[in-house]
Design a protein around this ligand. Structure first.
Ligand SMILES: [Zn+2]
Ligand SMILES: [Zn+2]
Length: 318
């Protein structure tokens, strides 16, 4: 019998039937690659398409639609949304609105994917499969609602993914489909999900933030720069998430290249004074071995009452 008074916790459930395609795609990817003729070029295709779409997720879904860290044309924003949606991670506007919600409530009770409050697997994938998070938070993404083409894409989120799968099959047959779409998509899902789960658990913290975000070199390689997550939570409006030359941030390098030819512009950088002000003193900096606290109350024990969140406006322009 439980004698300790536990706080009422929200019951979190995934929709099993509606989540079947998610689980089935894992099975098809893992079994499928053994059923088709093997060649290293298919592995190369898998990795190439993984990183191409990862760029669209980090450069599009995240740094453009969620945080508006740079500007671009209406045509290119549509292209980025469609390319990112070929990852089968729902609509660009759904994604960006949920992500704005994450920053608004990072690691507080309301955060829809906080490893601290909801557990690791929920923060990794469970929240996406839940009925609670199916709807698009239109109130959080009003700035993009005026583009009917984006609203259409958001309404039919799987069109780009189907188009990619069909295109790969027509171009390269079953091997291209299995490696280039199924395996690549499943890996891309988990690569992206690490930012909501592992990036709030493993790594180092350089800046004071009101959440558990961390910087992690390996996750930055896997996600083209998203692993500098503590940097990002410190200053969300910056296009670059690697703040120093040694913090590899491929998405930023590609965006810099695109800005050199005029496809994107007004890339934003973090103000140095703000970064210095938020820097955690060296001796107090938790390291890789500093695992996250197990429960929110452990955090309170360590740090005292949660500080009043200090957040910059999501859509602030320089
Ligand atoms: Zn963000
Ligand atoms: Zn985060």
């Amino acid at each position: 019998m439980n004698t300790t008074a536990a706080p009422a916790t929200k019951v979190r459930k995934i929709r099993l039937l509606q989540s079947m395609p998610f689980f089935l795609l894992h099975v098809v990817a893992i079994v499928g690659v053994f059923l088709v003729p093997f060649a290293w070029k298919w592995v190369g295709l898998c990795v190439g398409i993984y990183y191409l779409r990862m760029f669209a997720i980090t450069g599009g879904y995240h740094r453009y639609f969620s945080h508006r860290t740079y500007k671009t044309s209406r045509a290119f924003q549509f292209f980025m949304a469609a390319l990112a949606q070929s990852s089968a991670q729902k609509g660009a506007l759904w994604w960006a609105a949920n992500h704005r919600h994450h920053h608004k409530y990072s690691d507080q009770e309301e955060d829809i994917h906080s490893p601290l409050h909801t557990g690791f697997w929920w923060s990794h994938a469970g929240w996406i499969l839940s009925k609670d998070n199916e709807a698009t938070h239109w109130d959080l993404i009003g700035d993009f609602k005026k583009y009917p083409e984006l609203v259409w894409l958001n309404k039919y989120p799987h069109v780009p993914a189907f188009a990619l799968a069909i295109g790969l099959f027509l171009a390269g047959g079953a091997s291209a489909l299995m490696w280039g779409f199924f395996m690549s998509t499943v890996l891309l899902w988990h690569g992206t999900f690490t930012i909501n789960s592992l990036s709030h658990v493993y790594g180092t913290r350089r800046y004071t933030t009101t959440d558990t975000s961390r910087n992690n070199f390996w996750l930055a390689l896997l996600t083209l720069g998203e692993g500098w997550h503590n940097n990002h939570h410190c200053y969300q409006s910056s296009t670059n998430q690697g703040f120093f030359w040694y913090e590899i941030d491929i998405t930023y390098y590609v965006l810099k290249g695109l800005s050199a030819v005029g496809i994107v512009w007004d890339l934003r950088k973090p103000p140095l004074e703000l970064l210095e002000a938020k820097r955690i003193a060296k001796g107090d900096r938790p390291g890789v071995k500093d695992a996250m606290p197990l429960t929110p109350s452990d955090t309170r024990k360590k740090t005292g009452p949660a500080p009043v969140p200090e957040r910059e406006p999501l859509t602030a322009q320089a």
